[in-house]
Design a protein around this ligand. Structure first.
Ligand code: C5P
Length: 403
C-alpha cells in the first residue's frame, strides 16, 4: 500500500489526453492517495475544473495571481506540501518550460519551486515527441532528476496518425507513481549506468583468437548491484560462461571495437563502470581464412595494432557520464599505477587490484581491492566479488544523493 496516505500534486496540462486524468484521479484515490489538482489554462479547454475537483474532492488550483489562493495556500506551499508532483498529461510546451526554468503560470511556477520528486507522463503528437527540441528538453529534464512514464505508441486520439506520443494509461501511471514513491530503497532509480565486463576476443583468423582469463564475475556482479539499487543498467559483455544478470539489458560482443561501439551507443548515461579486461592490442589484419601450416615454410608472425581504450574514450567524451569508474588489474606497484591511470583515463575512481597469479583473483570469486579517488585511497577487506559490487554500488549511490 505504497499510496496510502500519500499526497499527490497532480498538474494537468493542455492536451486531449487530459480526459484520462479524470480516471487517473480515481485510481490514485482508490489506493488511498490524496490528489490536489492544478490545471493549466490549456487543460481547461479540454476538461473542466468542476469535473476534476469533483473527482479529487479537493479545490482545483488554476491561477498564479489569485489573491485568495495565495493567501490560503500559496504557490510555494503548494509546491512543497506533497510527496510527489505528477504531471499528466505533460505537454511538449510544459516540458519545454520546465527544461528552461520558465515560470509564467501556476503549473510552471510550482514546478520550478518544488523540491519534491517529479514524475511526468508526456502526451503529444508523435512528430512533436520526435522533434529534436523535445528530445533535448527530455534529456535535460532526465539529467535534472525528472522521471517519465510513457509516452506509448499507438493511434492518436485526434488524428489517424500513429506513433509514439500517447499518454501512458492511468494504471501504468499509478504503477510508476508507486515506484517513484518507493525510491528510498532504490537510490539509483532513474539513473542510467553502462558497465563493461569479461574479456574481449581478438580474432587472428576465423578459428583462432587472442583472449585473457577474465571471467566477467566482477563486472556482472556490479551490473547486478547497480540494478538492485534501481539503476537502468546496460551491461556490455565480452564472451563469458556465466549467465546474464537479471533485470539488466545485456549486449554481447566479442572484439574491443564492438565493445566500444556498444558502450558509446549506451550514452548518455549517468554512470560508467568499465570492468572488462579489454585486449590492449588486436591483430592488425585478421586473416579471412584459417592460417594453414605448410611444412618447411616460416612460422607466421602476428603484427598487432592498438585497440581503442574504452575507458579513456568515455572519460573524455562530450557525453561523459557524471561518474566514470575504471579498474586497474596490476601485478606490481598497484597504487602508483592506478593513480596514474585515474588521471590518464579521465576517471573519477579506480578500483585497483593485484592480479599476480598467487592472489587467484583473476577468474576467482574473491577480490581484494583499493578504491582510489583523486583525494584518497581506501583499502577494502578481502571480499567476495558480489560484496565488492554491493559496496561499490553504495559508493556510487552516495554520489547521486539528493542535496
Ligand atoms: O590500461 P589498463 O588496461 O590497465 O586499464 C584498465 C581499465 O581500463 C579498466 O577499467 C578497463 O576496463 C579499461 N580499459 C578499456 N579499454 C581498453 C583497455 C582498458 O576500457 N582498451
Amino acid at each position: 500500500m505504497v499510496l496510502a496516505g500519500k499526497r499527490i500534486l497532480l498538474i494537468i496540462s493542455g492536451g486531449i489526453a487530459a480526459y484520462k486524468s479524470l480516471d487517473l484521479i480515481r485510481r490514485l484515490r482508490e489506493r488511498g492517495a490524496t490528489v490536489r489538482p492544478i490545471m493549466t489554462s490549456g487543460a481547461q479547454q479540454f476538461i473542466t475544473p468542476l469535473a476534476v475537483g469533483a473527482l479529487a474532492a479537493d479545490y482545483v488550483f488554476t491561477d498564479l495571481f489569485s489573491r485568495q489562493d495565495e493567501q490560503d495556500v500559496g504557490h510555494i506551499r503548494l509546491a512543497r506540501d506533497c510527496d510527489l508532483v505528477l504531471i499528466a498529461p505533460a505537454t511538449a510546451d510544459l516540458l519545454a518550460k520546465m527544461a528552461n526554468g520558465l515560470a509564467d503560470d501556476l503549473a510552471s511556477t510550482v514546478l520550478l519551486a518544488t523540491d519534491r520528486p517529479v514524475l511526468a507522463a508526456p502526451a503529444m503528437n508523435p512528430k512533436m515527441w520526435a522533434n529534436p527540441a523535445t528530445k533535448r528538453n527530455i534529456a535535460t529534464l532526465r539529467g535534472d532528476g525528472i522521471r517519465f512514464v510513457g509516452p506509448t505508441s499507438g493511434e492518436m486520439a485526434e488524428s489517424k496518425e500513429a506513433g509514439t506520443g500517447r499518454m501512458a494509461e492511468p494504471l501504468e501511471i499509478v504503477a510508476a507513481v508507486e515506484m517513484r514513491l518507493d525510491d528510498g530503497a532504490r537510490p539509483l532509480a532513474g539513473r542510467k549506468a553502462v558497465v563493461t565486463s569479461g574479456p574481449t576476443y581478438e580474432p587472428i583468423d576465423p578459428v583462432r583468437y587472442i583472449a585473457n582469463r577474465s571471467s566477467g564475475r566482477q563486472g556482472h556482479a556490479i551490473a547486478s548491484a547497480l540494478a538492485a539499487l534501481g539503476a537502468d543498467v546496460t551491461l556490455v559483455s565480452g564472451p563469458v560462461s556465466i549467465p546474464d544478470p537479471m533485470g539488466v539489458h545485456v549486449v554481447h560482443v566479442e572484439r574491443a571495437e564492438e565493445m566500444r561501439d556498444a558502450v558509446l551507443c549506451a550514452l548518455p548515461a549517468d554512470i560508467a563502470v568499465m570492468v572488462a579486461a579489454v585486449a590492449d592490442w588486436r591483430v592488425a589484419s585478421a586473416a579471412d581464412q584459417k592460417i594453414k601450416k605448410h611444412p618447411g615454410e616460416s612460422i607466421p608472425t602476428l603484427a598487432l595494432t592498438e585497440n581503442p581504450d574504452i575507458l579513456k574514450t568515455v572519460g573524455h567524451h562530450t557525453q561523459r557520464p557524471k561518474l566514470v569508474i575504471g579498474f586497474a588489474a596490476e601485478t606490481q606497484d598497484v597504487e602508483a599505477n592506478a593513480k596514474a591511470k585515474l588521471e590518464r583515463k579521465g576517471a573519477d575512481m579506480i578500483i585497483a587490484n593485484d592480479v599476480s597469479p598467487a592472489t587467484g583473483i583473476m577468474g576467482g570469486t574473491r577480490n581484494s581491492v583499493k578504491l582510489i579517488r583523486h583525494d584518497g585511497v581506501e583499502q577494502w577487506p578481502d571480499l567476495e566479488k558480489d560484496e565488492v559490487a554491493a559496496r561499490l554500488a553504495t559508493v556510487i549511490a552516495e554520489q547521486f544523493k539528493p542535496e
